[in-house]
Every structure is written in structure tokens, then in C-alpha cells.
Design a protein. Structure first.
Length: 134
DNA sequence: GCCAACGTTGGC
DNA sequence: GCCAACGTTGGC
């Protein structure tokens, strides 16, 4: 089981949108590093769902329900998407400033590579954020 | 709204 | 293959 952080501007696609859709398709990724991460994701992996720009906070946990397949929104090139569903909403969102002020989390790609939309995180980082969100 | 960081494109 | 120009993302 691996852990990930996925992010989206809530104006484009929010946690509530995923909740309404039940199963959401995570497509539109056009970055090779993020794509390679998508290809590594396995069914049952858990993803922290981060709202960028508006909110700047982790709002919940999503679960991978289908592994990667061709992204039909791509007109050319080898791009992929996955399917996710909501797993558990955090009782309290964990904000970017909280993450920045927690020493255990200062290696996260969210801080070092703010533009990477799909990034791996460690179990320790995952557990730390979950406990901060309770 | 500004700007830094990063990725992509295209001229040479 | 290098690098300047440009576009996008996302924090502030």
C-alpha cells in the first residue's frame, strides 16, 4: 500500500465534486513526473486530497479504485488517468501553514515542488497529517 | 495582481 | 545541445 498527495483547484474539481460523483476520474494531468506517479498507483492506495489556490488545505482522503488507463481528454501523447472515490473526510482540514510549521512534514513535495499535482508521500507523513486532521 | 518556480518551445 | 522567450501554476 502506497500513499499519495493529489491536488486540484477546488474551482476546477473539489472534494465535494468527488463526493457527488461517487467515482471520480483523475484526468487532465500533463506533467511527466505526475503521470509516472499515476502509473505507479495501485488499487487501494490512499491519497490526501489537497485544495490548491483556494483553501490551500488538505480536506480528505481518497482511495484509488481503478489503476491507470488512457486519458481520453488528451488529443495527443501518452497521458493517463485513474479513478478515485472519497475514503474519509478530515474532521479538520490541515492547512498549508500547519504543514509548513510541522518539522516532520518539511520534506513533502507539496512544499518543495509546489507545482507537482500527484506526488508520493511516506506513511509517516500520511499518519502525521491524519492525526493533525482529527 | 505580482512574482517565483518550473516546463515547454523554438531559434541558433 | 544551449538558451532565451514564453506559458502555467500556485503562494503571497
Amino acid at each position: 500500500m502506497k500513499y499519495w498527495l493529489i491536488k486540484s483547484e477546488p474551482e476546477a474539481y473539489s472534494w465535494d465534486d468527488l463526493e457527488n460523483e461517487i467515482i471520480g476520474r483523475w484526468d487532465g494531468v500533463r506533467n511527466y513526473q505526475a503521470r509516472n506517479n499515476l502509473k505507479t498507483m495501485q488499487k487501494g492506495d490512499l491519497c490526501l486530497f489537497y485544495h490548491s489556490v483556494t483553501g490551500k488545505e488538505i480536506v480528505g482522503i481518497a482511495e484509488v479504485v481503478n489503476e491507470y488507463y488512457a486519458d481520453t481528454t488528451a488529443e495527443k501523447g501518452d497521458w493517463v488517468c485513474i479513478d478515485v472515490k472519497t475514503y474519509q473526510k478530515l474532521q479538520k482540514p490541515v492547512t498549508l501553514s500547519q504543514i509548513k510549521s510541522e518539522e516532520k512534514l518539511n520534506q513533502m513535495a507539496l512544499l518543495k515542488q509546489s507545482r507537482l499535482s500527484v506526488s508520493p508521500i511516506t506513511k509517516d507523513e500520511f499518519d502525521c497529517i491524519i492525526s493533525m486532521g482529527q
